[in-house]
Design a protein around this ligand. Structure first.
Ligand SMILES: *Cc1c(COP(=O)(O)O)cnc(C)c1O
Length: 470
């Protein structure tokens, strides 16, 4: 065993060797040294554990190949592009919405140059960052005023803190939603300083439940969109219009957390309220996400009556949740596209993916399957099958979007091994494993990505070494 240890090269010798590699020449020397030391330490552990027993496994040329791969992986950016073949459009773990080309350009422009972020070009004096999107949001939603913050969780917290801190907020038991990632309405309410006053039952809440709960310490009535679950069967909800009447009677604001906040009608997803409808039906303050089915950047959007939105804007907490200039640029560009719903359905990736027709998906699945058969040859069996895609992001949980999947069944390894190997190729590919096959949904892959998908699977099937050949 001690002979095996002696086969390992000295660190300086390795550094000299790797330093000559053009691909590694820009790696800072201390980082390179750390990675080499870690690599050699792992080999020593392999020897100690009896995983390496033959000196040939430690031959220099072989060691250098592995070490290069290790170093490259060690210096590669951690936050990187991934191929989403899951068919989940607003995939929370894979970055939710992709930006439209126009929005990407706006981000580039905003961060490469100075801008009028808080500078009024008409007066030459200090301006407001919110003004860039406020008019657009008013026009699209019909609301009197608008404000944008970092995300919708912030929008809800800020709204409650401003309008109802120290007071009771009445909400139906059926709407005490948990969104995931620890966003729960009762917890957010508690953090805002508002007191949760839940009424009704899980499945049924009546107008009289709200009516009986109103008292001199009531600060607001709230509705929360049950984005990610449905209660079916013997159910009853109080409509916004009914709640509006009650609120008017007691001079209370109605807050509606819409969650997804669609601005554009999408076929197959009707029955979901658009933001403009909720505004029209009388919500005083509506909050929604920028990167769910709006299809823009991560942001929380607050629209509603001027008296309330102005108070929210002036809340010192707003400063801590402030939207940054890149987000603002992307949001403005996305909203401009939404001025024309038809244009938005074409240009905004989330909307385009959700509304891709079945026939288009079928022919794209056929094209991807043919490409994979050519590229993978004998190493896998490729087929197609009808299935459903999901909107994701906790939106429309019960609505499947008809699609055609490409199924890849590897011939010489398990499908789980293929799925795992695909996480280590470049770019990594995330699909679904179902019915013993790796399933790829063309809905969330751009046409230009098919070649990358084929390369990724080929690399994963042929082995980790091949990954560096492309
Ligand atoms: C998603 C969601 C949120 C949180 O929005 P983020 O943009 O993720 O902060 C809040 N409320 C509802 C109803 C949601 O669906």
């Amino acid at each position: 065993m001690s002979d095996l240890y002696r086969c390992l090269p000295a660190v300086d010798r390795v550094l000299d060797h790797l330093g000559k590699e053009p691909a590694l020449s820009l790696v800072p020397r201390p980082l390179l040294k750390d990675l080499v030391n870690t690599f050699l330490e792992l080999r020593r552990k392999d020897i100690a554990a009896g995983r390496i027993t033959d000196a040939r496994e430690l031959a220099e040329e072989r060691l250098y190949v592995d070490m290069q791969a290790f170093v490259r992986a060690g210096v590669a950016p951690r936050f990187r592009r991934v191929l989403n073949a899951t068919g989940v459009v607003v995939h929370t773990n894979l970055g939710r919405s992709l930006l439209a080309r126009e929005a990407v350009q706006a981000v580039n422009e905003a961060c490469a140059h100075y801008s009028n972020l808080e500078f009024d070009l008409r007066t030459g004096k200090r301006g407001s960052r919110y003004s860039h999107v406020e008019e657009l949001l008013r026009r699209i939603t019909g609301a009197e005023a608008a404000l944008v913050v970092n995300n919708n969780a912030a929008a809800v917290l800020l709204t409650l803190e401003t309008l109802a801190s120290g007071q009771e907020v009445i909400i139906s038991r059926g709407q005490l939603v948990e969104i995931g990632g620890s966003f729960r309405i009762p917890d957010v309410m508690a953090k805002s300083g508002a007191v949760l006053r839940e009424v009704g039952a899980t499945n049924r809440t009546h107008l009289y439940d709200y009516e009986q709960a109103v008292n001199e310490n009531t600060g607001a009535l709230m509705r929360v969109h049950t984005s990610n679950f449905r209660v079916i069967g013997f159910t009853k909800d109080v409509s916004l219009v009914e709640l509006r009447n009650l609120a008017d009677h007691h001079h209370l604001p109605v807050i509606e957390d819409l969650g997804s906040g669609a601005l554009v009608r999408l076929s197959g997803l009707d029955g979901e309220p658009l933001v403009q409808e909720v505004v029209r039906d009388g919500a005083d303050v509506v909050t929604f996400s920028g990167d769910k089915v709006l299809g823009g950047p991560q942001a929380g959007i607050i629209v509603g009556r001027t008296e309330y939105v102005e108070r929210i804007k002036r809340n010192p907490m707003n400063r801590a949740m402030r939207i940054d200039k890149m987000t603002l640029a992307a949001l403005e560009a996305t909203l401009r596209l939404c001025l024309d719903p038809e244009q938005a359905r074409q240009a905004v990736p989330t909307l385009r993916m959700i509304s891709t027709p079945f026939e288009t998906l079928k022919s794209r699945a056929g094209r991807l399957a043919r490409l994979l058969r050519t590229e993978l040859g004998e190493s896998a069996v490729v087929g197609t099958r009808k299935d459903e895609s999901r909107v994701g992001g906790g939106a429309f949980p019960e609505k499947g979007l008809p699609t055609v999947l490409v199924e890849v069944t590897p011939c010489s390894c398990s499908v789980d091994a293929l799925r795992d190997a695909l996480l280590h190729v470049d770019p990594p590919l995330v699909g679904r494993v179902e019915r013993g096959a790796l399933c790829l949904d063309p809905r969330t892959l751009e046409g230009e990505e098919f070649a990358l998908v084929a390369k990724a699977i080929k690399a994963a099937l042929i082995g980790p070494d091949s990954e560096f050949s492309f």
